[in-house]
Design a protein around this ligand. Sequence first.
Ligand code: GLC
Length: 646
Amino acid sequence: MADQPTAFLPVFEDPADTDTFRLRVERYGPDLLDGLRRVYGERVTELHERVLGIMGAGFAARPHDLRLLDEARLLHPDWLQEPGMVGYVAYADRFAGTLAGVGERLDHLTRLGVTYLHLMPLLKPREGENDGGYAVADFRAVRPDLGTMDDLEALAGHLRERGISLVMDLVLNHVAAEHEWALRARAGDPRYRAYFHVFGDREQPDAFERTLPEVFPDFAPGNFTWVEELGGWVWTTFNSYQWDLDWSNPDVFCEFLDIILHLANRGVEVLRLDAIAFLWKRLGTDCQNQPEVHHLTRALRAAVRVVAPAVAFKAEAIVGPTDLATYLGTGVNHGKVSDMAYHNSLMVQLWSALASRDTRLTEVALSRIPAKPATTTWGTYVRCHDDIGWAIGDDDARRALLDGHAHRVFLSDFYAGHFPGSFARGLVFQHNPATNDRRISGTCASLAGLEVALEAGRGDAVDLAIRRIMLLHTAIMGFGGVPLLYMGDELGLLNDRSFADDPDHARDNRWVHRPRMDWGLAAAATSEGDGGSDDVVTHAWAARRVFAGLRHVVEVRAATPHLHARTESRVLSSPDARLLILKRDHPLGAMVQVYNVSEDWVELSCGILRGHVGVVVDERLSGFEYSLAPPTLTVEPYGALWLTVR
Ligand code: GLC
């Protein structure tokens, strides 16, 4: 029976619903079944029936307006890939106090052209330290100081009216040690103990530790935590209060499917699959990127496509390029897992190029990223709420004639502000003495030089910092994918050192780059009319330039069909190490982008460009027509060109 994807089909009151559900199961059922079978083997028959039951209940509960959205999205399957998509990422409280407060600040987002709002973890976390909300105590309740589930639903509705999709985290690798499942496990309930990886002695944990890295070596060394009430060691990849779930238990799959549908029916349109790489454990490996992760995602996605096809998945997998491709799907999972994945490598490479004024490593690294399925997209970003880890492959470095270790040391020194001549002001996060790894915290503006420049009161340095901020953002907007702007970066917000006074944040300096929104500065930066003083050494002046600059690039981008994510950016070999050159082969004609990662005026031979885009081209960012007939053109300091065929 279970071999029939349509076995155990639910029947709904309205026969049209029964038909819709059946048609979708005919389409996606095989993926659901195959994904489940690859993970759960023989248990699939019983499980399939349960899963269809959960799907049926979710479908019956799906509100009318969201069903309309489902139909619209089925007619518009590439909605996430379009060049008009612009993401914004914020903690609700830091942005606007509460969920209702967020609803009152939507004009700011609309002004910026935002169509996708990722509100950082807002479900009820544990009390006290909670890893920025990533230690969830209840997936069906909102953090009380932010509002209620009804507020969330109302906000989702307001956003939808403005064409903004609500994005939320789905933390599916772990729960807070205070989540009901953990409490029941602690109380001795065997059903819930089986939701976690619990070991009575050190034998297994020690065996696993031999090949496991540490995510937070500073404040959470090791991957297991002794819990007295369990009489055992529980798997805790992240902090000791975040218990990893055992996804080999089908009950865990069913719980999460139900949670996903619950959130989807409240209006969440994109789920960010947090720490997805860690879901499956296998002895002798680093317990990341295991094939089962993708089969599980395929099964979850197939079930969601049936009930709520408006919903998309985004993988948060901060992993090497070859592994990254598997999150958008390779082999049997091609194009059937996440619809979107973070392009961590692009982010790291942009910072690396800025520090070294050299794009050769960037060329190597980007050209080695496998092509993604045509239906998927990247999430491109300059920075996020996490630290920057220098994910630079030794092999890539070698090909760029660099020593990987030495380059990573250089980048940490540079962005911590320790390297002579560095413009950056970052903090070292999680120094691992064993590997000498030093990750970096800091806002985009502080890392790009604005903090140092403002402090020195130097207009020329402020100008260069703004140009760096713009270059980074123009590159993520030109690369293809959904650019994810991190709250405050549109105003050049600086590091916020007040986290050190908050006992729940003091140990985690990632809070330095999660500042509170400065609405005064926002008003100064966005007020039209009087441009204010020409005094380039004020923050307000810098904020105004950054905001206006970003808004402009967003507008140009939306009007440039070449930036649809179906087309890939490819790296062209650049004759000058200070220039990164990308090409997109679009049916409308080629697009070539040039980015200068240095403070120099750089001459580029037009002959190189002519072969790709012809002699007369549109430069989209300036809106001017360019002639590539002369022998060279000059790219200004940190300048960018978006050239398209006439
Ligand atoms: C993700 C989040 C990070 C968090 C971790 C554990 O990587 O981005 O902030 O610490 O997951 O949930």
